[in-house]
Design a protein around this ligand. Structure first.
Ligand code: 5GP
Length: 191
């Protein structure tokens, strides 16, 4: 998405540890008109697939997943990062290492919200090493559901997580793919 490339160049900040801050339109403040267009683009990319449900991870994945869910007309489930009283009864869980915080956490979804045979589209804001999405893919597998594919706002290709998922035969779409970045500048992969 050319528009997101321009937004990243205008408002994004590359900080230490290879982290891109996009708080002005995605991670803290949300540009709702742009969010709608991100949802439309994800729906366009997966228009040829039957999608029953979207699965994302709290917190930053939720807005983009909801935007895509509204366009596709399907429910959105978000995995919780902690077992709270909102998740009662049996649940699926997977361990994830957080890239931005350098700590482990669990992703948890109640068994009520993922069912065998469901075709699930996975959505998140960033794809870096692939840990978060691999955790979600594990939940889909545990449920006996099927992963239709992955859609992320921003893939940082240089961290390799997206290609590892593709090598497993799972479709991965990124609205913007970053080949390399530093405080000197950002190079996008041309689609
Ligand atoms: P992964 O698990 O693929 O290594 O990292 C993906 C998760 O880490 C995303 O859910 C996202 O919240 C966070 N993340 C990874 N890289 C970045 C980044 O450069 N900027 C921001 N804002 N979040 C990131």
């Amino acid at each position: 998405m050319k528009e997101m490339q321009e937004k990243i160049l205008k408002d994004g900040k590359v900080i230490s540890g290879g982290i891109l801050k996009v708080g002005s339109f995605l991670n803290q403040q949300i540009d709702i008109d742009f969010l709608k267009r991100m949802g439309q683009e994800i729906a366009r990319l997966y228009a040829d697939e039957k999608v029953d449900k979207i699965l994302t991870i709290e917190a930053s994945g939720i807005s983009i997943a909801v935007a895509a869910g509204m366009e596709l007309g399907v429910p959105v489930v978000f995995a919780k990062k902690h077992l709270t009283s909102n998740v009662d009864g049996a649940f699926y869980s997977a361990n994830v290492h957080s890239y931005t915080r350098d700590e482990d956490y669990s992703v948890v979804v109640s068994i009520d919200f993922l069912s065998p045979g469901e075709r699930v589209l996975l959505v998140d804001d960033f794809l870096a090493n692939g840990q978060a999405l691999n955790g979600l893919l594990s939940l889909v597998k545990q449920a006996g559901a099927e992963a239709v594919g992955v859609a992320v706002a921003i893939e940082k290709c240089f961290q390799g997580g997206g290609d590892e998922i593709r090598e497993r035969g799972i479709r991965v779409e990124a609205l913007v793919a970053i080949e390399s970045m530093s405080s000197e500048g950002i190079i996008f992969r041309s689609n």
